[in-house]
Design a protein around this ligand. Structure first.
Ligand code: DX5
Ligand code: ZN
Length: 217
């Protein structure tokens, strides 16, 4: 199966965001990963649904929206209306994760659930039937450019095994510190979608295709 690459626009030039997204689209990105942070659930503030709506006009690639906000439910309809294709939330950031998953699904979007480096797989218990994607954080959420936490590799492998036991497709996406040096290990552990911010948005736009290719191995 082809490994999908989802560049995180967190590392893009925000003053030229539309051009940056056009550039990764042309460079072969499969999805566009959008990190939404609230300065409350995570110690940083980034962007909101208005930016997602603006980016929807510049690419037809799936918009993979990673919500690091708490409480999250009230914001989900706005991201759905803005054109998100996948909406991922953190189960610790909502009092009723099952309800949050149902809400995303009711809007016709793919449901993602994210596990922080310290979060156990058991957080997914009783949610499996609602999930289209698991986003494994390989750094603590909040900032781009952090170092990959190797202790997450066995968790990726364990999740791949769990997914194989279910009868339906669930993406296994890994986010944080992914580079050309560790991408093969992450894929070998079982990931099928790689998020990469700093590893893609390095150099000039003309370099992005090579950066993405290097991640595919
Ligand atoms: C961290 C974000 C990641 C991050 C990835 O909270 O969810 O998407 O920006 O950036 P790199 O690849 O630079 O670690
Ligand atoms: Zn992310």
């Amino acid at each position: 199966m082809k490994t999908l690459i989802a560049p995180s626009i967190l590392s893009a030039d925000f003053a030229a965001l539309g051009d940056e997204v056009r550039a990764i689209d042309a460079a072969g990105a499969d999805w566009v990963h959008v990190d939404v942070m609230d300065g409350h659930y995570v110690p940083n503030i980034t962007i909101g649904a208005g930016v997602v709506k603006a980016l929807r006009r510049v690419t037809t690639k799936p918009l993979d929206v990673h919500l690091m906000i708490s409480p999250v439910d009230a914001f989900i309809p706005a991201f759905s209306d803005a054109g998100a294709d996948i909406i991922t939330f953190h189960p610790e950031a909502t009092p009723h994760p099952h309800r949050t998953a149902q809400l995303i699904r009711s809007l016709g979007k793919k449901v993602g659930v994210s596990l922080n480096p310290g979060s156990p797989i058991s957080l997914l218990d009783y949610l499996w039937d609602e999930i289209d994607l698991i986003l494994v954080m390989s750094v603590n959420p909040g900032f781009g450019g952090q170092a990959f936490i190797d202790a997450v590799l066995p968790k990726i492998a364990a999740l791949r095994l769990e997914i194989s036991k279910r009868g339906r497709p669930i993406y296994l996406e890994v986010d944080g510190g992914v580079t050309k040096n560790n991408a093969a290990d992450v894929v070998a552990a079982g990931a099928d979608v790689l998020v990469a911010g700093s590893a893609v948005f390095t150099g000039k736009a003309a370099d992005y295709a090579a950066n993405i290719k290097a991640l595919r191995g």
